[in-house]
Design a protein around this ligand. Structure first.
Ligand code: SIN
Ligand code: FE2
Length: 210
């Protein structure tokens, strides 16, 4: 498939790798694993500590899952909806995230937490840092699936300049090292259709949380 937006290809700086189409070779295995995880732990809209319902639907797999509620953000071994452990990390997810991290220069990455975000048109993720993890020497591996999104990638401070990068099905962004705590977010999604995922975008964020 030809890409329509090559002109979005801007270098994102030290510690950041944009791996275009990296997940496509394992698309079928990844989508099958996604279906099995979301069957066991369905997407839900979590509430922020401030009491707002997030527009992004979320679930997790792996030993730890990222959760938000009125008491704050944290990693938890069990799904608060069921009290049961999050679904195990599928092999296809572990293999893909490890390969992507290595391709970006972070060898030996073993994710224990995969946050799965589902965006319908209009959903967004405001600028934030990923800082609930224990070891900031480990990178973030972020896999985009489904309809395109605009990734907002900033810097060390909330006020740092923001780059806008289009993310499409199969693209992976890895950030770590000097960029590990950089602010990032997702602009409100535009309506589109994807042959495999319909009208939504799904993002897999792999982290070493514990
Ligand atoms: C995140 O920052 O947790 C997810 C970013 C994305 O959906 O691409
Ligand atoms: Fe994040």
């Amino acid at each position: 498939m030809t890409r329509l937006f090559e002109d979005f290809e801007v270098p994102l700086g030290e510690g950041v790798a944009m791996l275009r189409g990296f997940a496509l070779a394992e698309e079928d295995a990844v989508l099958a694993a996604l279906e099995s995880v979301t069957g066991a732990a369905p997407f839900r809209h979590m509430v922020t500590p401030g009491g707002f319902r997030m527009s992004v639907g979320m679930t997790n797999c792996g030993a730890l899952g990222w959760v938000s509620d009125r008491s704050g953000y944290r990693y938890a071994p069990c799904d608060p909806e069921t009290g049961k452990p999050w679904p195990a990390m599928p092999h296809a997810f572990a293999a893909l995230s490890g390969r992507a991290a290595a391709a970006a220069g972070f060898s030996g990455f073993e994710s224990d937490a995969c946050l799965i975000n589902r965006y319908a048109p209009g959903a967004k993720l405001t600028l934030h840092q990923d800082r609930n993890e224990r070891d900031f020497s480990q990178p973030i591996v972020s896999v985009s699936l489904g309809i395109p999104a605009v990734f907002l990638f900033g810097g060390e401070h909330r006020s740092s300049p923001i780059r806008r990068v289009r993310l499409e099905h199969g693209d992976i962004v890895v950030w770590g090292g000097p960029a590990r705590l950089f602010y990032h977010g997702i602009a409100p999604l535009k309506e589109a259709a994807h042959p495999r995922l319909g009208g939504c975008r799904v993002n897999l964020t792999f982290r070493r949380a514990g």
